[in-house]
Design a protein around this ligand. Structure first.
Ligand SMILES: [Zn+2]
Length: 314
């Protein structure tokens, strides 16, 4: 157990409150916004690709004469605003939806899309986690993971799949474990856009869902892959935060390497998690990366526990 997780007030916390799924994290409350005052904003990235930015995970949109493909589904409370934003981009129907991973702020709208006949794609792991979270029956109707067959992905992706829509190619790649073990990243080839899901947050510390196969070393390694996939003009849609480029990814990797190095040093020196947190080892990094949803004690806690567990295994 990580006593600091309650401070996160963020993604990992809400998971348990809503789903009761993982069992490993203490119950936490997240401040939800006034949905009626929460806008869904459209960023036009060219070639029919848009990013919709709001309270939950960023949505990728590919619009063309063969219909609309969405990447991620937002909170159900924002569904009508998402539909309205998409309708401004295209008059064509939404036909396909890809879930980058299983977290509620990326799949919460699945059931509403599914009922409307949208075909939902995910990794095997993501489908499995959604099914298990639904089976726990701890989510009230209308919330993510409420029992609903329409919210379960119908097509699962093992290694990858390609969409060929409206003259454009969209590659969906199942990457090695990073944020979870079921992460899909998306490459809009002609548009030169990459969507990362929560493997990358732009501008603030990451979250890593270790109970579902996430790992800090996988996160750090994935940034090499993202960098190599990107050119100097590639636009990167992060899980959360504004549009980024490959230099942002490189800088983020440097930050996370530094975090890992400092925590590993503390583990090797035999520090307890409480001692580590009390020593404020990330205060310098906080200035740039600590000002959003993920705070220093939470990040230290999850990285410490992962490295400590690995030490025990040896
Ligand atoms: Zn996530």
């Amino acid at each position: 157990m990580n006593p600091f997780k309650q401070w996160a007030g963020a993604f990992a916390g809400m998971l348990l409150v809503m789903s009761g799924a993982a069992g490993a994290r203490p119950s936490e409350k997240m401040e939800l916004p006034d949905w009626s005052k929460t806008p869904v904003q459209d960023r036009d990235l060219g070639h029919g690709v848009h990013m919709l930015e709001s309270f939950g995970g960023n949505i990728g949109v590919l619009a063309g004469e063969q219909g609309v493909l969405l990447i991620d589904a937002e909170w159900p409370q924002l569904h009508n605003k998402v539909l309205a934003a998409v309708a401004k981009i295209s008059k064509q129907p939404i036909r396909y939806l890809v879930n980058t991973h299983w977290h509620w702020d990326h799949v919460g709208g699945d059931g509403l899309f599914g009922k409307a006949g949208v075909v939902i794609f995910s990794s095997e792991q993501t489908r499995d986690y959604i099914e298990k979270a639904q089976a726990a029956k701890s989510s009230p109707p209308g919330s993510p993971y409420a029992p609903d067959p329409a919210a379960v992905p119908v097509v699962t992706v093992n290694n990858g799949v390609k969409f060929h829509l409206s003259g454009q190619t969209v590659e969906i790649v199942h990457v090695p474990p990073a944020h979870t073990n079921g992460d899909l990243i998306v490459h809009f080839v002609e548009a030169d856009v990459i969507q990362t899901g929560d493997t990358f947050f732009h501008g603030f510390y990451p979250d890593i869902d270790q109970p579902h196969g996430g790992t800090i070393d996988g996160m750090i390694a994935l940034y090499d892959t993202l960098y190599k996939m990107s050119g100097p003009n590639t636009k990167i849609i992060p899980g959360h935060g504004p549009v980024a480029n490959r230099e942002d990814v490189r800088e983020y990797q440097g930050m996370l390497r530094e975090v890992r190095y400092r925590v590993a040093k503390a583990v090797a020196a035999g520090m307890t998690e409480e001692q580590l947190v009390a020593s404020h080892p990330l205060d310098d990094l906080d200035k740039k990366w600590g000002g959003n949803l993920i705070k220093q004690p939470y990040l230290l806690g999850i990285v410490y526990e992962e490295l400590k567990d690995r030490q025990k295994a040896h």
